[in-house]
Ligand binder design. Structure first.
Ligand code: HEM
Length: 105
C-alpha cells in the first residue's frame, strides 16, 4: 500500500488531542517524535501503563507492522493499554499516518 505523508497529516488530527509528533513533548500520550524504532513504553518522562511497559520488555519495537496492528485495535494488541482510542479502520489511513510519523525521526 502506498504511503502518503500529506494525507497522513490529516489522519493525525485524530491523534492530536493526545500526541505531538514534531517535538519532544509528552501530552496525554507520549511524544511520537522518533517512535519508529523505539521500544514500546520507553520514552523518558512519560508514565505508561504497566501493560505497555511489559510489552516493551517482551520485545515490542514500533515498526510499520507493529504500529499498524496497534493503531487498528490498540486494546486488542496491548491488553491493558491506557490509550483511549478505538483505532483506525481504513488500511490507507493506517499506512498514511505511519508515513506522516516517519517524517519526525
Ligand atoms: C501510546 C500512537 C491516538 C493516548 C501510543 C503509542 C503510539 C501511539 C505509537 C505507543 C508509544 C510508545 O510506546 O512510546 C497514536 C496514534 C494515534 C493515537 C498514531 C492516532 C491515530 C491517541 C489518542 C489518545 C492517545 C486519541 C488519547 C485519547 C495515548 C496514551 C498512550 C499512547 C495515553 C500510552 C499508552 C500506555 O501506556 O498504555 N499512541 N495514538 N493516543 N497513546 Fe496514542
Amino acid at each position: 500500500l502506498a504511503q502518503d505523508a500529506a494525507a497522513g497529516e490529516k489522519v493525525f488530527a485524530k491523534c492530536k488531542a493526545c500526541h505531538v509528533a514534531d517535538e519532544d513533548k509528552n501530552k496525554i500520550g507520549p511524544t511520537l517524535k522518533g517512535v519508529i524504532g523505539r521500544t514500546a513504553g520507553t520514552h523518558a518522562g512519560f508514565k505508561y501503563s504497566p501493560a505497555m511497559v511489559e510489552a516493551g520488555k517482551g520485545g515490542l519495537v514500533w515498526d510499520d507492522a507493529k504500529l499498524t496492528e496497534y493503531l487498528k485495535a490498540p486494546k486488542a494488541m496491548v491488553k491493558g493499554t491506557k490509550m483511549a482510542f478505538a483505532g483506525l479502520k481504513k488500511d490507507e489511513d493506517l499506512a498514511n499516518v505511519i508515513a506522516y510519523l516517519k517524517q519526525f525521526p
